[in-house]
Design a protein around this ligand. Structure first.
Ligand code: SIN
Ligand code: FE
Length: 295
């Protein structure tokens, strides 16, 4: 146990008070580390343990549990794509069952997001600095406004060669905000409706989304910050699972290959303590409301 992570050893020992503690720690910004829980691949799925599973224009394979569409593997046969679809659906079911066991108070309010499979080594992968997840950041996406909702993600390292997924975990969200918020430009009210009309964003980019995106970019752009900020390296070995609110916890993925990830969105009103939401923290610092939604 440290300031960055906490362990969960067995689902069988989880009672009501453990649930409250797990929920509180996650909402504070720690990573829940499940060192002996993993998603296992079926024999016929191990063929996807190759970077050739993705087509050359994608960086991962994505799946949406609601539409059951897989993307990023158009070069595979129909049969292989069907198998990938069931593989991703199985991971979604695994992630959902974990949330049900560990965070039952969220279940009725959670919205399902993308499932992602990442078969490419992250270290040395070419990308622009804004897309470079080897730099510390909090998650915020240009095309996907969350309008205040939390981003909750379930990761599992399925590397078959013993290779860990190594993360850095950075300083608490309030420190990130204190450091970068004074440098960020206020949103321009003309832009957000335009981005929505042009369907550049899926929905309206609220002032909250604007600030979170600016924060994400400013962290990644500041190389002195990246070098000097207090951080802890955390290796997640194969066959381990971890859960984290990636919109609040500063993180970077340094090395690793073969990762599964499921995204969920949670309205802040469904949190055990909504005051711990990035939305609340930013609104308090700025002294204004950042979203029209009550969530
Ligand atoms: C990220 O969310 O920044 C990347 C996590 C990973 O790929 O390990
Ligand atoms: Fe991230």
């Amino acid at each position: 146990m440290n300031h960055f992570t906490f362990g969960i050893d067995a689902l069988s020992s989880i009672d009501e008070s453990t649930v409250r503690t797990i929920t509180a720690r996650l909402e504070e910004g720690r990573v829940a580390y499940l060192s002996n829980m993993a998603f296992s691949l079926n024999k016929n799925e191990t063929q996807f343990l190759s970077p050739n599973s993705i087509d050359n224009k994608s960086k991962n394979i994505s799946y949406h549990p609601l539409t059951q569409q897989v993307r990023g593997c158009e070069h595979l046969s129909a049969e292989q794509r069907a198998l990938l679809q069931s593989f991703m659906q199985r991971y979604y079911d695994y992630a959902k069952d974990l949330i049900q066991a560990l965070l039952p108070s969220y279940v009725d309010s959670l919205e399902v997001g993308r499932t992602s499979y990442r078969p490419v080594e992250i270290k040395g992968r070419p990308s622009s600095y804004r897309k470079d997840d080897t730099l510390l950041h909090v998650d915020a996406f240009p095309s996907m406004p969350v309008q205040g909702r939390r981003i909750l993600r379930v990761f599992c390292n399925v590397n078959p060669h013993g290779q860990p997924r190594v993360w850095n975990l950075g300083e608490p969200f309030a420190n990130v905000v204190d450091r970068f918020l004074p440098t960020l430009a206020a949103p321009n009210p003309i832009i957000a409706p335009l981005l929505k009309t042009l369907t550049i964003t899926k929905g309206l980019r609220t002032p909250y989304d604007h600030y979170m995106l600016q924060l994400h970019n400013a962290m990644k752009a500041d190389s002195a910050y990246q070098a000097d900020v207090a951080k802890m390296q955390m290796p997640f070995p194969p066959e381990t699972t971890w859960i984290v609110f990636t919109d609040k916890t500063s993180h970077a993925a340094l090395t690793g290959q073969y990762l599964l990830e499921q995204t969920f969105y949670l309205p802040t009103s469904a949190m055990q303590d909504p005051q711990l939401a990035p939305l609340h923290i930013l609104e308090t610092k700025l002294g204004r409301s950042l979203t029209g939604r009550s969530g």
